[in-house]
Unconditional design. Structure first.
Length: 407
């Protein structure tokens, strides 16, 4: 077919769902010359890509770095050095070893123990929204709530001072240009290198401090894990800290922001939550499905693969779009309807198989508390601006800002 899918088109990026529907119907395994990758859009196929760890590799960085001119010039060394230790980019057995170490930190009990702190942060942020509104200042739901909530939670978990929130955001935004595969950002590799270098220097100082004087935080746990049989190197600890801080807030910010946006656009569903706060957890599952915080996951073919009559060649990139799979009518009943009480919701937003999102319980807890308390305390909140601007990203799916009126 002559049709070419391209998220670099701002209109498509703002609303890719009509294009996803067309691809699912006409060309579910689609080669996009614009993106130089295969686009997979059906629920069953996205699930298959997630499960195929023999022929499809999560290590999309190594082949990319080998052919990247900035890498060959030696100008993105920190980006290569630390991101290569992220377990999301590793295959077994490295992935298995790293995952085993971090599973202990994200057990249901460990996550539930974070509830009082999350409740406190949510209450504080809602108080801040109310105070800004009373002063007549513009309230931005993203900057004033959806971003600082998960960022504060993960910083507390790691043992990073909240006073460093602004610095961390600058570094994280720069790294996001690379991780999210931004389409149009200039100098994205050099900016991502700058962010990775600054964040690695920052965490190296914290790791050295915790090595001398351990405290009750995750960085200390990672340092102490050096004594286990699956000992971590210093670079692995630093790389993992960057991953946890980045992934621990970036996607949850988008989850809370996107869910809020569609709740405001579907006012009957917001009023339904206000009337019945017990729907908060179910609402979060619909936020995850309807327009989730991670639009796609990227893989690289480790061998030639046949899929729906197409041959994906070894070394070619594959983007499996969960946000398309989650609206596949073959898997989801009435998928275009936003329904916070949906009885069955087999979305793939957290992935599937060995790379299922480690932080899923924490993201669900944060978002559920946020939805519940917002509905209780700000039932009359409404959007105040026009159409939001979406981040330029193939992977990360979220809006840049959401001005709101509280009453």
């Amino acid at each position: 077919m002559s049709y070419v899918f391209d998220l670099g088109n701002p209109a498509t990026n703002a609303n890719p769902f009509p294009e996803f529907a067309r691809l699912r119907a006409e060309d579910p395994v689609h080669w996009s010359p614009a993106m130089k990758a295969w686009i997979v859009t059906r629920h069953a196929d996205v699930k298959q890509v997630a499960l195929n760890n023999q022929q499809i590799s999560a290590d999309r960085l190594t082949p990319f770095f080998r052919t990247n001119s900035e890498y060959q010039r030696g100008s993105i060394q920190s980006l290569v050095r630390y991101l290569n230790h992220w377990m999301v980019f590793r295959d077994p057995p490295d992935h298995t070893r790293l995952r085993r170490l971090f599973n202990k930190a994200f057990t249901p009990t460990a996550v539930e123990n974070l509830r009082p702190n999350i409740e406190g942060i949510v209450a504080e942020l809602i108080d801040g929204l109310d105070a800004k509104a009373r002063r007549g200042e513009t309230v931005d739901f993203i900057a004033d709530f959806a971003y600082p909530l998960p960022a504060s939670v993960i910083m507390d978990l790691l043992g990073v001072p909240r006073t460093d929130l602004d610095r961390v955001k600058v570094w994280s935004d720069d790294i996001a240009l690379f991780i999210g595969t931004a389409q149009v950002a200039g100098n994205k590799y050099l900016r991502a290198e700058s962010g990775a270098r600054a964040m690695s220097d920052y965490f190296r100082g914290l790791v050295e401090a915790r090595t001398t004087t351990p405290t009750a935080d995750m960085i200390s746990q990672l340092v102490l894990a050096r004594d286990d049989r699956d000992a971590l190197s210093t670079d692995e600890i630093i790389g993992t800290c960057i991953l946890l801080l980045f992934a621990g807030h970036e996607t949850t910010t988008n989850l809370i922001g996107n869910g809020f946006l569609y709740s405001m656009r579907n006012r009957d569903q917001w009023e339904r939550l206000v009337a019945d706060p017990s729907l908060a957890d179910s609402a979060v599952e619909e936020y995850l499905r309807y327009d989730g915080p991670s639009g796609a996951f990227a893989r690289v073919a480790a061998a030639d693969i046949e899929m729906r009559g197409k041959t994906i060649r070894e070394g070619q990139r594959v983007f499996a779009f969960m946000n398309s799979a989650n609206r596949d009518p073959d898997a989801i009943d009435d998928p275009e309807r936003f329904d916070i009480a949906r009885p069955q919701n087999p979305h793939l937003t957290f992935g599937h198989g060995i790379h299922f999102c480690l932080g899923a319980p924490l993201a669900r807890l944060e978002s559920g508390i946020a939805a519940l308390r917002l509905a209780e305390r700000l039932p009359e909140v409404r959007l105040a601006g026009g159409e939001p601007e979406w981040h330029d990203s193939l992977i990360l799916r979220g809006v840049k800002s959401l001005p709101v009126r509280l009453s």
